[in-house]
Design a protein. Structure first.
Lengths: 154, 86, 154, 86
């Protein structure tokens, strides 16, 4: 099965419904669409924004490699990954991963796999801006994110 | 070795105080770990950025590599902290 | 964590973007939204429609029980499940499950859990309408769907 | 036992030829399996619908039950094939 893979790195917001429509329109073989949307949290009101820095060029390439790996492992029909950069307020979208497949298990697993690897391999870094006016710390990488990779045998 | 573009991101960039620079790597600096050691000797800002060398991630021509990776004929070498996207 | 659970059984289509907006609007604690959309496949061109029969009353109650079980097992903030009935053409939406959580693992697992249990417990039945004009068979329940429950310890 | 509403769905409904009916369950019919046996004796259409009794699912007052579940004071009993929604 040859999957259509689409990766975009952009400042602007994305439209989940439009991405689902692009993956499914005019075809009768898609039985399952899974989307993951990651949003900026306010950390109990402490944060005014997250600033996302990325490595242009490598960010696209690395996420595409992750999506290709998912397409080799599961019979998915398509995958879209969009990652935003710049300063994002709480409640704003950060990342979208959408996968399509004839059946649900492949769509679910491929989407979770892409997110797990994207988290630890895509060259993005988050800096906190605090509501009290200070520029806070760079967000630390989480052990839980490395642990999440182990279930995929990585 | 030819001129190589170095790129820095996140707090590595902030500590070094620049986003990128072009350098000529000495002959005896052959892998990523040796390059980190050599850069650390170039000034306080580099020593600070690389003080916990183990936590620093590197990419050669936009591909993740470990510290024992030979520099080979890479044109672009990047250093950055562990990623926190998604 | 008390999750907002919303279950609807309806003939009309649903709007994934509107459901995501309803789950996330005005709150800073949602870090992850997972949606699953199930669509009518055409089975390589053989089908003209699926006709979905359901048990009114029990369908809502059973899906709500499944969603409540998910909310007790994972720290989700909200869950929406919408299941359509009636005659649906290939490419049309059949079912939507959307879950929200501070972190991605709970949202992914709760959505997959709800779909797995909905498949084998929600009182819906599919009848095939064939493109050659005949009314085909009732779709058989799949062993794979029962197998999917085992990973949740059921 | 009081009058009970029976509902049938999918091919169980098609084989029996009705969507629902109200019956009075005999005293000696105490659980779901016994009700299926008793219904099967009411006519060819019931015998056909319940010919593979093991595959038939049942709900008492809109809750899934097994065939050994006592009818108790259920007001609504439904019979249907394994579900194929989602």
């Amino acid at each position: 099965m040859s999957a259509r893979i689409d990766v975009r790195i952009q400042r602007e917001d994305f439209d989940v419904a439009a991405e689902i429509a692009a993956l499914t329109k005019g075809r009768g073989d898609v039985g399952a669409v899974v989307t993951f949307t990651g949003l900026c949290r306010d950390e109990s009101g402490a944060l005014s924004a997250l600033e996302l820095e990325h490595y242009p060029g490598m960010a696209e390439e690395e996420i595409a490699r992750v999506a290709q790996a998912a397409a080799q492992r599961w019979p998915i029909l398509g995958a879209v990954a969009i990652h935003r950069f710049g300063k994002l307020a709480p409640g704003e979208n950060i990342v979208l991963v959408a996968t399509t497949s004839p059946h649900r298990a492949a769509a679910f697993e491929a989407a979770a796999f892409i997110m797990d690897f994207l988290k630890t391999r895509a060259p993005f870094w988050k800096k906190e801006h605090r509501r009290d006016g200070g520029v806070g710390d760079w967000v630390d990488a989480k052990e839980a994110d490395d642990a999440a990779l182990r279930r995929w045998g990585a | 070795m030819a001129a190589v573009k170095l790129s820095y991101f996140a707090w590595v960039r902030e500590r070094i105080g620049k986003t990128e620079e072009t350098i000529v790597v000495p002959e005896d600096v052959r892998d990523v770990g040796q390059l980190i050691d050599w850069l650390s000797g170039r000034g306080e800002e580099y020593a600070y950025a690389f003080e916990n060398a183990k936590t620093i991630r590197a990419a050669l021509d936009r591909k993740h590599v470990k510290h024992d990776a030979p520099l080979g004929d890479a044109r672009e070498i990047a250093f950055f902290p562990p990623m926190t996207g998604g």
